[in-house]
Each structure stands twice: as structure tokens, then as C-alpha cells.
Design a protein around this ligand. Sequence first.
Ligand code: C5P
Length: 250
Amino acid sequence: MAHVTTAPARAIVALDVPSVADAVALVVRLGAACNFVKVGSELFTAAGPAVIDAVRRGANDGVRDVFLDLKLHDIPNTVRAAARCSAALGARLLSVHATGGRTMIEAAVEGAGERCSVLVVTVLTSLDATTLGEVWGRPVRDVSAEVLRLSDVARHAGARGVVCSGSEAAAVRARHGAALEILVPGVRLAGGATHDQKRVVTPAMAASAGATYIVVGRTVTGAQDPRAAMDEVVVELGKGAERRKEGKEG
Ligand code: C5P
């Protein structure tokens, strides 16, 4: 297995708001700990591509990294072009679906170039074995096994990493070592509300399982004191990195 980094995972804040002004206000409110943000399809389609530059530089208080979470899934030629445009807009990470196939992922990697990394969504956590069986036309018993299989597709296509749930992160890390980055959404501070998420993990759990990035949304943005919650997330990620160094998981 390749050497696995024990650097703390980075927290990416989901900007699930409907306008550029709301997005910029949120990053400014969260302060310096918020140095990586996620622009999803809602904000991107509501506000347009200019939102990327706006949140990168929000109120001239520094430059943040942007994860453009468009979960692309189309023919390779279209995805290559969209990835090229995403990189040109300044996105640092871009998501595509594994089920678009190896050639599509290769096209995304080619389009994204050196400055933008492609992360591959394995199985959406909103899908269970029954739903997957329906759309794939074969029985699916173990969703985790499908996640691992699709992580192989992502790696062989040259993607930088995968998106998977916290419950699969350790298995993906064990299989691929440092060859793939891992992004884990569905993260909650201990004791906080889980909202509509089912399989949630804490930042420390995700980090000790080997996550490279975690996505935090409402656990920070919906907190009474979002800046304090953000700081707590960063402290937890540090603890997770320590646990990982000591060889403990979870
Ligand atoms: O639930 P929360 O507010 O933390 O969601 C943060 C972001 O992560 C949202 O943009 C959501 O769409 C995304 N996401 C997720 N769970 C997944 C995949 C994506 O919460 N399994």
C-alpha cells in the first residue's frame, strides 16, 4: 500500500444559499477557518459562474479554494468541455459521477488539467441497495462493495479522488492508500442535529478513517455561532489526524 498522509483533513463549507451576496456574507461570517467552499448546482445555477470568483475572493479578505460540486454525468466530449470551463473559472475540485464510465472520467481529468482535480462520486448516499438494483438491473446486496468497485474505476481513469460516505472511507483508504483522495459529506459535530442525513460521522471520525476533505453544511451554517462551530470542526479534524497517526480509526 502506498504511503498514507496523516495531514489533517480540510473542511469544505457547503454554500447552500441562493445568491452571490448570501454566499459571500457566509464566508466572511465564518472567518479565516473557512478557506475551502463548495458551490453546488443550486448556487451555481441561481447565481451563475461569477459566483466562483466572488466566493474565492469574498470581500477581498483572502483567496479560498472552491469545490465545484456539479456531479457531471454526460458524454465524454461534453464533460471534457465542462471540466475545462470549470478549471478556467478557478475551481480547485470538480465532481463527476462514476457511472458516467471510465472514458467520461478520463475526459473530465483531461479537461480539468493541472489546476483542477476531479473527484468521482461513487454511490450517492441517497441510494440504497434496492434502488441501485432497480436502475442497474441486477441484484445489489452490499452498497459498500459497489463503492469499492467504483473507486477502482475512478482510480484507473486517473481521477484524483472519490466521494463516499464516512462509513466507507476507511475501506476505500485501505484499498487505495495515498493513490486517491477521499471526500466525505454528511458530517456532524457530536451532539448536533442530524437533519435529513442518515449515516453521519463526526469530523474526527471522518479524519481518522482517512478522509482528505470533509463537507460541512448545516452543522456549521445552521449553528447558533457558526464561527465557533467552524473552529470546533477544525479542532476535531486535528484530533482525527492524531488518532490516525496513532493507528486508531473511528
Ligand atoms: O447536510 P449538510 O448541510 O451537511 O449538507 C452539506 C452538503 O453536502 C449539501 O450540499 C449536500 O447536498 C451535500 N451532500 C451530503 N450528503 C451526501 C452528498 C452530498 O450532504 N451524501
